[in-house]
Design a protein around this ligand. Structure first.
Ligand SMILES: NC(=O)c1ccc[n+]([C@@H]2O[C@H](COP(=O)([O-])OP(=O)(O)OC[C@H]3O[C@@H](n4cnc5c(N)ncnc54)[C@H](OP(=O)(O)O)[C@@H]3O)[C@@H](O)[C@H]2O)c1
Length: 368
């Protein structure tokens, strides 16, 4: 059977559903399954499943359980190839065969060597008709953290910056300079709600004293881990970050040893220390990202300032750039942004543009 418009609609719904648990499934990707079958001549969704918070159970078994007897004979829309290996649970591909699913429509093949292609093989050997690569780009975008982690052994990195009309990101000594509309700020908090870590340089922490939490009503508990690049441990124990470290985790990437007095004060405040290597410009970024990957971190937002943004770009460690451009100029004394829509590092292509109130948002992705 060919892939139909209805198949694409169901897959689009499944991909949208994955966003609900993005950033909450540990080292597993947030995957969705939707089971659809004919009931009285009409297609009906009989089961839905999403990778559970923490990563288990998987989406397929959740959907099968919800559908009960109606699972047999249904079509399963899966955003990732069903797993084929015995981990802490039996393979989901086997579960789909046992449930009597007649057709599987999948968006992406799992790059994990224990699964890649083997999940589809189990399904086909079990007599299930399989369609692959349906809406693959959209599913890959939703799963970018997992895919980057598998390919490069590091988290997916989004550089997010707000620029004034004249290409500035702030003014030295002025703290947080308002650049964008509250609407843009709300939208950028949605990214926080679906990311594992938000990282800033120590100068931003000292200048702005930000909290970096997600402040969308009802989504406060989706705040990412806050990370400060701070070789010398200059973060004050009474900063907004340190004061809230027991409510929302704070990691400080540092080169200071545990017997340092500030190390002791910050740890006592609830901050976690990440022992890092350094280069002449600061924390060694590839190694830091590798360590974060080892802790199960799949997505990082880098939210500046200029020095840290530049360092991530120069190291080739940025996968996506989100630029918000506000309507006002800051002026000559502003801090210049390391990039702008006119000066984009090589290898990035514009993939989206949107307006939020008076602001523009441009998105760029690294091309292969
Ligand atoms: N508009 C926006 O989107 C936006 C976003 C964030 C910040 N800002 C503004 O940006 C300004 C601060 O920017 P900034 O450029 O002065 O400082 P920054 O990027 O916030 O911090 C730079 C500091 O981070 C530390 N660091 C550790 N490892 C590093 C590495 N690998 N590469 C670079 N730095 C590293 C260094 O201090 P040590 O050597 O002591 O470790 C360095 O001096 C503030 O005014 C803030 O308001 C604007």
């Amino acid at each position: 059977m060919a892939v139909s418009e209805f198949d694409r609609r169901m897959m689009a719904a499944a991909i949208r559903y994955t966003y609900r648990h993005l950033g909450r499934t540990g080292t597993n990707p947030s995957v969705a399954t939707i089971l659809v079958r004919d009931v009285d001549g009409m297609p009906v969704i009989v089961g839905r499943g999403l990778t559970a918070i923490g990563g288990r159970p998987h989406a397929e078994t959740e959907a099968i359980e919800e559908a009960g007897d109606l699972a047999a004979g249904s079509t399963a829309y899966v955003t990732l190839e069903p797993c084929a290996h015995h981990g802490s649970t039996p393979p989901c591909a086997d579960a789909l065969v046992s449930a009597g699913i007649s057709r599987v429509v999948a968006a992406t093949t799992d790059p994990d060597g224990r699964v890649s292609g083997l999940g589809y093989k189990i399904l086909e050997d079990g007599g299930i008709e399989v369609e692959t690569d349906v809406l693959a780009p959209a599913a890959m975008k939703a799963m970018a953290g997992y895919l980057t982690q598998r390919r490069f052994a590091r988290p997916h990195v989004t550089l997010k910056l707000a620029l004034s009309q004249d290409g500035k990101i702030g003014r030295k000594g002025s703290g947080q300079v308002p650049i964008t509309d509250p609407l843009s700020n709300h939208v950028s908090h949605l990214l926080r709600a679906t990311s594992d870590v938000i990282a800033i340089g120590i100068n931003t922490a000292l200048e702005d004293d930000p909290s970096l939490t997600c402040r969308l009503p009802g989504l406060e508990n989706r705040s990412p881990i806050r990370l400060v690049l701070d070789r010398e441990l200059r973060l004050p124990p009474d900063s907004a970050l340190a004061r809230s470290a027991r409510d929302y985790p704070v990691i400080i990437a540092t080169t200071k040893p545990p017997d340092d007095e500030r190390y002791r004060q910050l740890t006592q405040a609830g901050c976690q220390m990440l022992a890092c290597e350094e280069t002449e410009n600061g924390i060694a970024l590839p190694e830091m990202l590798e360590d974060l990957c080892g802790k199960g971190i799949m997505t990082v937002i880098v939210e500046g300032g200029a020095a840290v943004a530049q360092a991530f770009l120069e190291a080739g460690l940025v996968d996506r750039i989100r630029l918000y451009i506000g309507p006002e100029a800051i002026g000559e004394d502003g801090i210049a942004a390391p990039l702008s829509p006119e000066i984009m590092p090589a290898g990035f292509v514009k993939t989206a543009a949107a307006r939020f109130g008076p602001d523009w948002r441009f998105e760029y992705e690294r091309s292969e």
